[in-house]
Design a protein around this ligand. Structure first.
Ligand SMILES: Cc1ncc(COP(=O)(O)O)c(C=O)c1O
Length: 391
């Protein structure tokens, strides 16, 4: 096979694809674990996980096999028929979810999961308003972008959908002030990723749960980034940093299918009891290929003990970063980390890229984001830290 060089690929993409993303000068051809191999024969350490998607690592053999085997059986049939593959994926996902979230709705992306979660909350309460937070990001379709009070995003969705209220992340008083009996749901990223990996105090999550219980409001956690093992627990919901709080709905996407597009809403019985035939739907949600990927992803996280790996390697990474003079603070949990620098994160990102390490920036100009595959090892952390301290 002849190699197509980066310059040719770049020219071709730029000719035929809308320029909606600022791209790195990397043409990804092959991936393995935490490594991306390029068309020019280079290899990059991927600490961004393909936008937090490659949780099990690039091309995990168990996931690849499951997709390959499923593709020879049946690529797709919709929810108009039953499927053992779908039944297994739903059962497996519910089995790792914090109780009591016993039902799942499958869709295709994070924004779609959030749209459906908000719709379910409105159906269950008969109310319309949704409270979300400054700094939160929930997607780019109409209702989700209207719920996104981060930087320029909401503006991009003009005219916005009515029924959205804004509160300050971490400030329960600001929520109490607006959460009246017109509010159907409070939705949050429990760790605000794009805003620069911001966490609230543990007490904030508990206070939100109590407020929702008191006022009959549905609590939705957008775990599109924090879910599926990223924080070193299956989900932020139910974990110690969130004081064990379990919301009424969790939304998921990104790492759930290891790269096969899939989203999901996990819901409690009370919400489920309000949802009837035809209330929600999507052609591709619950398709067999995606379902095979979900089950294999969750199995791989278990069999490779990736949650324990995240906890151990996070501790090592934090210890190594404490030696780096330019690092002001390390925010977040597990492998959703925001490293705050004295200098601009864009400059650090560029310096690392030149040393063949992929990281992410955020809307905080001083915070570099790491969202690596959950299988990252200590030796790879050492490569990152030496690159940071080089030059
Ligand atoms: C927290 C969060 N919610 C929702 C979304 C939207 O997901 P998708 O791009 O799959 O629609 C994202 C995407 O980055 C996200 O980070």
């Amino acid at each position: 096979m002849t190699e197509t060089l980066l310059a040719d690929i770049t020219a071709s993409e730029e000719q035929f694809q809308l320029a909606t993303y600022k791209k790195m000068p990397v043409a990804a051809e092959r991936g393995e674990r935490v490594w991306i191999y390029t068309s020019d024969g280079d290899r990059y350490l991927d600490l961004y996980g393909g936008h937090a998607v490659a949780g099990t690592g690039h091309c995990h053999p168990h996931v690849v096999n499951a997709i390959r085997e499923q593709s020879e059986q049946l690529l797709f049939y919709s929810n108009l028929v039953y499927s053992s593959v779908r039944a297994r994926a739903a059962e497996k996902l519910v089995s790792v979810a914090p109780a009591p979230l016993p039902k799942v709705f499958f869709c295709n992306s994070g924004t779609e999961a959030n749209e459906n979660a908000m719709r379910m909350a409105r159906m269950a309460t008969g109310r319309e308003q949704i409270v979300t937070f400054t700094g939160g990001f929930h997607g780019r379709t109409a209702d989700a972008i209207s719920a996104t009070f981060l930087g320029k995003y909401r503006e991009l969705g003009k005219p916005n959908v009515p029924g959205h209220l804004q509160a300050d992340f971490g400030d329960i008083g600001s929520v109490r002030a607006i959460a009246d009996d017109t509010v159907a749901a409070i939705m949050l990223e429990p760790i605000q990723s794009m805003a620069g990996v911001r966490m609230a105090d543990t007490g904030f999550y508990r206070a939100l749960r109590e407020l929702c219980d008191e006022r009959g409001i549905v609590l939705i956690y957008d775990e599109v980034q924090t879910g599926v093992g990223r924080t070193g627990e299956w989900f932020f919901s139910g974990s110690a940093p969130g004081d064990g709080v379990v919301p009424d709905i969790i939304t998921l996407a990104k790492a759930l299918g290891s790269g096969i597009p899939v989203g999901a809403c996990l819901v409690n019985e009370q919400i489920a009891s309000h949802i009837k035939e035809n209330d929600l739907g999507t052609t591709f949600g619950g398709g067999m290929l995606a379902m095979a990927a979900v089950t294999a992803t969750l199995e791989a996280i278990e069999s490779d003990r990736l949650l324990e790996n995240v906890q151990r390697v996070e501790a090592y990474l934090r210890e190594r970063l404490s030696e780096v003079e330019q690092v002001v603070a390390v925010h977040g949990r597990g492998f959703l980390l925001g490293i705050e620098f004295v200098e601009k994160a864009a400059a650090v990102h560029q310096k690392l890229l030149e040393q063949k390490i992929i990281t992410g920036t955020s809307s905080n100009p001083n915070v570099l984001r790491l969202l690596p595959p959950l299988c990252l090892q200590e030796a790879e952390v050492d490569l990152f830290v030496s690159a940071l301290t080089n030059g």
